[in-house]
Design a binder for this molecule. Structure first.
Ligand code: FEO
Length: 407
């Protein structure tokens, strides 16, 4: 694949993974890209690499600009396998190159590859390297989203290599935001940004606000953001920065999502009047059935909405396994500023709703209690109770949303 020039002398030399659908458990219906960048100067620099399986694609792309043996330094912004997997292969082509990375990255790197014969240069926030006409400066961003993470800013190009941050799992022939919006839509791009944030960066909201806030305080001119996944932001890089600040601040739409699973349709039968009750209050509501929907999509829907009801039948005194898995995944993502509740059916003994509420409490979410339980399947009066349950939840959602918006 031929390199694509994104700024004079700076090239995208990454790979498009059209086929990946399971990215370490995160479902990627639109595939992804592994972006890396070649900066041509007196000293040639490569910023990040790609997933190991795409090493040849990356090298071919580099060769379309320069012989890889001319690379004099490789900046490693993040050591996760999708960006550093091909580093050893690339280093075979330029064994004299210096690997530039943060101290934590260099330590972590040793766990993946044999670096004993490599020249390495540790860098920290504020360090700068000149390659001729370009100056690279480094900004450590620990826990965004690994301890080793950093970004690299190229002053003369007003370009920020942001690594995972501001990325999207989106394989496309387009390389830039304006191109994708023209070919697909803004909404598609927004969804990809939100899905990526919800599933990868949600736990780090306060850190993201602090880090981006500090970045903005430096008043660095940024007219392009080049992340390690998805499209490059050149038309309006401020848009994705604003979106991140909003999401990191817990911003959500004043609407609900109902996420449920069902054994013999009892919990499903409860869902319909509950949704009707929510809509009676003028609150929009999406419905997600687990096992029919990837868990990463369910989390994205939860993240977009201010409120979420989780429905589960009781199986052997426990939550239904798919619901338990969803709750486990959600707990690790540490959601904030969401109002939640629970409902479900049971046979001879309950348990799922109580356990769900306890899990949601432990996540420090705003929990609406009590939940609603129905034996086996809802009769007519139960369906009325479900509708009232939905109405009450929507009323509380609206009040909670407004309290957050006014604070
Ligand atoms: Fe795209 Fe954290 O790796």
């Amino acid at each position: 694949m031929k390199a694509i020039e994104i700024k004079p002398g700076i090239f995208w030399t990454g790979a498009i993974d059209w086929a990946v659908r399971d990215f370490h458990g995160y479902v990627t219906p639109d595939g992804t890209t592994y972006n890396c960048y070649l900066v041509m100067d007196d000293r040639v620099t490569l910023v990040d690499t790609v997933r190991e399986a795409f090493a040849d694609t990356c090298l071919e792309s580099i060769r379309s600009v320069v012989d890889p043996s001319k690379i004099s330094q490789i900046i490693v912004n993040h050591i996760e396998n999708d960006h550093m997997g091909a580093l050893a292969r690339v280093m075979q082509s330029c064994p004299g190159a210096t690997v530039v990375a943060g101290q934590r990255a260099l330590k972590g790197m040793e766990r993946f590859v044999d670096v004993s014969g490599w020249k390495v240069r540790p860098v920290k926030t504020g360090d700068e390297i000149s390659t001729g006409r370009f100056t690279f400066s480094f900004i450590e961003t620990p826990m965004l989203h690994w301890p080793d993470a950093m970004m690299t800013y190229v002053r003369e190009a007003a370009l920020l290599f942001s690594q995972d941050a501001f990325g999207q799992h989106l394989a496309s022939a387009e390389r830039f935001d304006d191109e994708l919006q023209a070919c697909a839509s803004s909404a598609r791009l927004d969804d990809a940004v939100t899905g990526y944030y919800a599933n990868i960066l949600m736990p780090f909201g306060s850190l993201i606000r602090t880090t981006i806030g500090a970045l903005l305080e430096r008043k660095l001119p940024i007219d392009m953001i080049a992340p390690d996944h998805g499209i490059i932001w050149r038309a309006d890089p401020g848009r994705v920065i604003r979106a991140y600040m909003d999401m990191a601040g817990g911003k959500a739409d004043e609407r609900a999502v109902v996420i449920y699973d069902t054994m013999w349709h009892g919990t499903e039968m409860m869902t319909q009047p509950i949704v009707q009750g929510i809509r009676d209050e003028g609150v929009g509501c999406r419905v997600v059935k687990l096992r029919a929907t990837p868990m990463s999509d369910a989390v994205t829907e939860l993240w977009k909405a201010r409120g979420c009801l989780v429905g589960s039948p009781t199986l052997n005194n426990e939550m239904f396994p798919s619901v338990a898995a969803f709750v486990t995944y959600l707990r690790g993502l540490r959601p904030r500023n969401r109002i939640v509740g629970a409902y479900g059916t049971y046979g001879w003994g309950g348990g799922a709703v109580k356990k769900l509420l306890s899990e949601l409490q432990a996540m420090k979410l705003e929990v609406v209690e009590p939940g609603l339980e129905v034996m086996f399947r809802p009769a007519a009066q139960d369906r009325e109770a479900c509708r009232a349950f939905g109405r009450q939840f929507a009323q509380k959602l609206k009040a909670y949303h407004r309290s957050l918006e006014s604070s």
